[in-house]
Write a protein that binds this ligand. Sequence first.
Ligand SMILES: Cc1cc2nc3c(=O)[nH]c(=O)nc-3n(C[C@H](O)[C@H](O)[C@H](O)COP(=O)(O)O)c2cc1C
Length: 341
Amino acid sequence: MADLRTQYLGLELKNPIIVSSCDLTSSVENIVKAEEAGAAAVVLKSIFEEQFLLEGGIDSAEKTIYPEARDYLQSRALLGYAPAEMLKVVERAKKRVSIPIIASFNCQTAGLWPELARQLASAGADAIELNIYTLPVDLETSSQVIEKRMEEIVLASRQAVNLPMAVKLPFQVTALPHLVYRLQQAGAKGVVLFNWFLESEVNLSRRQVHYFRGHGQLSQVLRWVGLMAKRVKCDLAASGGVTTAEAAIKLILVGAKAVQVCRLVYERGFQGLRSLIDGIDRWLTSQGYSRLAEAEGELSWKELSLSYADPQAASGYFRVQYMKAYTGAAERKKKRDSEEG
Ligand SMILES: Cc1cc2nc3c(=O)[nH]c(=O)nc-3n(C[C@H](O)[C@H](O)[C@H](O)COP(=O)(O)O)c2cc1C
């Protein structure tokens, strides 16, 4: 059996598999099941900024929360999992499991989190994951403004509490490596790639636009983890599209320190984690690795022949690959046809 231990956010994990933030991770019973099935850590269901405002009865809540969100929160069980409840989940879970518990906030502004982060630290949370969700719809708000806000949220939380912190990011960012670098400078110990927005669809018979939860795209995660691993100081965790051991191994090879899974647990139950972990172990052993660490980042771009010392040359390399893929098709077809006779 290979040694599957890895380090993520300064925490020692017994293997790289983390159950990502979702409805399943809001109960202590499920956290216990996740540990029994082999998970190395759990990210709790996110607390939304709007829940925090409502629970605290903060005066500005009436003004800042979109009315539909307020009605939704008040009418649904979501209020049953407000910040006070999250603190209880952390306290109780820490008595029953030994794996790290990562609390998660879905936030847009810097002001509210430091106090909750402090309370979570005293409840025993091992780390914090900030899911900074804003869909940039305003024509006059630049990416710089949005990214500065992200930095401020990280800075404010870092100053308030000494817990390691990761930021879960969307992939639609103009210069993702630079943003990750800045968040790292602001104090993030890790980033989670990625946070998946709602997707849009049009219902033709009703002539209505509707939204649905998007599926994580493994190819996007592979690209960006591979591009940044070993070049940024913070740890990279992958989230999106991992339902097999093969997918998890690919992410580790390109440089992920941890792999978060969600859909797998919905589809196959917590037992799905066990076969994922066993599959990683079997593959490593069959390939002659005795430790996961030997495979970590072996196929990151940094380890390949490409040199990042000259970013322009690196950009040039990717342009050529793109050029080859999109211009050589006719030539390749001609060659295939002539080979086939
Ligand atoms: C029902 C459900 C609830 C989720 N809730 C959250 C959440 O509260 N916070 C968060 O950061 N991600 C949330 N996610 C996203 C997952 O953590 C994960 O990033 C996403 O599902 C992609 O991973 P997957 O392909 O393994 O499912 C949720 C996903 C699902 C399916």
